[in-house]
Design a protein around this ligand. Sequence first.
Ligand code: ZN
Length: 466
Amino acid sequence: MNISPEFDFSNHPQLAQKVSDNLDIAMKRLSDLVAIPSIAWEAFDRTQVHKSAEKVKELALEVGFESAEILTATYGQDAKEGMPAVVAHKPAKPGYPTVLLYAHHDVQPVGDENEWETKPFEATQVGDRLFGRGAADDKAGVVAHLTAFETVKEAMGADFNAGVTLFIEGEEEAGSPSFASFLETYSDKLQSDVIVVADSANWQKGVPALTTSLRGVASGEISVRVADHDVHSGMFGGPLLDAHTVMVRALASLHDSKGKVAVEGLVHGTEPEVEYTEENFRTDSGILNSMRLAGEGSLSSRLWTQPAISIIGMSIADVDKASNTIASRSTAKISVRLAPGSNPQEAHHALEKHFKNLDLWGAEISYSADDSGLPFSTDTSSTGAQLALRSFETAWGVTPVSTGLGGSIPFIADLKEVFPTAEILITGIEDPDTRAHSANESLYVPDFEKAIVAEALMLSALSRNS
Ligand SMILES: [Zn+2]
């Protein structure tokens, strides 16, 4: 990629002024998008997702993309059709990079409407926050991309040098079922050097963040067998332990007495640069006051760069149907969050070995792998990451931070797989008060404006250096 490490941000005042001039129309466009209840879940009226795709396409043409189309891909054995995405394009001049701007136009359901203080599908500004479902996640991402593009076009002329491809997905909140197939089907249209994913959170109000690490995930099933068949607990209980008792011991071996993961061979990543406070963690998680926190190391490392294991299922009789029987078999399912740097296959091997090595009265204990998802990390010294961090610094006038996410963003792994050489930059439009996915979702407008300025700086810097 032809980017000089000396990014030229000298036009910051001009871009910031233009974004400020464009903010009213940006808020109007965002409100128009929020008004469309584009929930991509099967149980909802999905014609609304088509409606919002139409609206995004219209806006893409309005801000000056040369082409914009609504595309779908099929997935699964019965070739189901995925929800519509919008792809708009402005070509690069020879020798200049192409930036893919990703966001999603579908939203989460609203949940209990009584919990909303404003109407969820009516964007309502209260003070410096805009309330509404999708006002932040991720229709703000959509409008940030549109406005950054429009601003750079106005400042540098419609034929500025960098290429820009807008890619607005329509089913992210529904688990992106056709995403991998979409990338394969349209990989020619989506080729790019840098991918900006505007679907994460800033660190605090007024403090921008680049999300540089995401944990991966691995899940698997554990089986325990202690006898050929179930027997009466009165007749055989005592010398024969039931399979669930053995299972509980097997599962207990996954953590040490401090609650730290005790499986050998799972990767522990590096210490994050910011600390998540215990107070925030307690408020956000709803953990009981009496509960001590499990594990070791900084809280942010426990959440972002260390493995975590949860038991997510167990086959055992319901309490109201329980009988005096010694179960001969027990199965359970665990979910393991993997630190950046882990390989899910190696994690599965480590778990397999862990359970194989357990000797619990000689019971047969085995582990079988289910799903896996790759972790993600950004090399913050890379040109793309430096470009993002420096443009944040210029736009906000404060030092940006690198943060992590304890969960995964499944489509990031898909992007990485199909476009292995593209740099993926995960930027934020949310803040800790956004409440994405909950009632009273909102966008902090001052940071929204800064996020647009930062993205305009990135596009402009990529156009100025060759
Ligand atoms: Zn989102």
